[in-house]
Design a protein around this ligand. Structure first.
Ligand code: MN
Ligand code: MN
Length: 282
């Protein structure tokens, strides 16, 4: 008997997670620095202060489930000049049955990533962790600013639902944008103790490190107090239900604002917990 119709989602055994650095910060509005993040997060991941096991026991040292791809080579120009290269690299990975787990760079890179992934699916759902909605129509005369990517993504028509978690900087313009696009925004002040997120389309997860409280992740360009703890994020992640996680990113790590390096360690921890979620293991 092979009744797949009602069975629980199984690990996609042919899939691997590819860690992909996207060193691009030319669309940052306030300070740059996030382009230097990928090698430092990888260094924290492979540092001997910890090991490569997720809390559920999955070993990221297994080459059959996880590997580091070479960082995308970019000129780091402002605007969208580098986006074709980002999209091509994502499509090369998805064509090889790899699920991209991308390291920014600032949050602007999520637009070309999602545009590439959207080519593989009729519709996707997106879950965004962030202190900021990033829904500006245009910011500082730049429609590709890291304050705008989710407006661009929603204009594509590929997104079934955008759910935002951790928002605590909402202004009138972005409230109107959220209404216009039908964004399901869960402001930090309204976040339940044990929220459950259930999606029925392939899910993309975008994690801006400033969703976390600066006490846990100080190394970001726009620290916003009153945010999530690392533990709470992991608990939320455990309660995410989706048929398939098609990709993810961890963005906005700014090493220039992280003198102890702890924010890179937090990003590495998130990688270790994103991989089992993406492979539907644990
Ligand atoms: Mn953001
Ligand atoms: Mn943010």
């Amino acid at each position: 008997m092979n009744d797949t119709k009602n069975s629980k989602p199984q690990k996609k055994t042919t899939y691997k997670v590819a860690l992909l650095g996207i060193p691009h910060d030319a669309n940052s509005s306030y300070v740059r620095g996030a382009a230097a993040a990928p090698p430092l997060i990888k260094e924290a991941l492979y540092c001997e202060t910890s090991n490569l096991f997720s809390e559920s026991g999955l070993d990221l040292g297994r080459a059959d489930i996880f590997f580091c791809a070479a960082d995308v080579k970019l000129k780091n120009h402002p605007g969208d000049a580098d986006y074709p290269e980002i999209e091509k690299t994502i499509l090369d990975l998805t064509d090889r049955d790899c699920l991209p787990l991308c390291l920014g760079g600032d949050h602007a890179v999520t637009f070309p990533i999602v545009r590439a992934i959207g080519k593989k699916h009729a519709k996707i759902d997106v879950l965004q962790f962030d202190a900021h909605p990033d829904l500006y129509d245009c910011f500082q005369d730049n429609p590709f600013s890291h304050a705008c990517p989710f407006a661009r993504i929603l204009e594509s028509g590929k997104v079934n639902r955008l759910v935002q978690v951790g928002i605590r900087t909402l202004n009138e313009h972005q409230r109107k944008q959220a209404e216009k696009f039908g964004v399901e925004m869960i402001e930090m002040r309204h976040l339940e103790d044990k929220p459950v997120f259930t999606f029925d389309k392939p899910l993309y997860i975008s994690f801006d490190l400033d969703a976390l409280d600066p006490a846990f992740a100080p190394g970001v360009s726009h620290p916003e107090p009153g945010g999530l703890s690392v533990r709470r994020v992991l608990e939320i992640m455990r309660r995410i239900s989706a048929p398939f996680v098609t990709g993810a990113d961890i963005v906005e790590y700014n090493p220039q604002r992280d003198p102890t390096g702890i924010t890179a360690v937090v990003a590495a921890k998130l990688i270790k917990e994103f991989v089992p979620l993406m492979l539907l293991e644990g």
